[in-house]
Write a new protein. Structure first.
Length: 97
């Protein structure tokens, strides 16, 4: 049986995005909603909304995607959630100038 790993993006009450990965999305969302993850950014920024979810075949792939996207600007994260790769390329090009 193949495990599924998930990249998820939560929108916090303050409008910020929180990005994480897990192999049990239901449990992780419950932990975030209840504030059970100590020292987590979301603990004091509830309620939360799940705004994006993507499956990966391995934990490494999900973790790599999380680390990459965490470093992106808000606009780039929003383009990613909308699957707008033209906008991501445009934002990359602007960043290089």
């Amino acid at each position: 049986m193949q495990n599924n790993f998930h990249l998820y993006i939560l929108k916090c009450v303050n409008g910020a995005y929180y990005i994480g990965h897990t192999d049990n999305i239901e449990q992780r969302l419950s932990e975030h909603h209840l504030g059970l993850i100590s020292n987590c950014y979301t603990k004091t920024r509830r309620p939360l909304e799940l705004v994006f979810l993507q499956d990966f075949p391995t934990r490494d792939a999900a973790f790599h995607a999380e680390r990459q996207i965490k470093g992106w600007s808000r606009k780039k994260k929003e383009a990613f959630m909308q699957d707008n790769w033209d906008k991501i390329k445009e934002l990359n090009d602007l960043q290089k100038k």
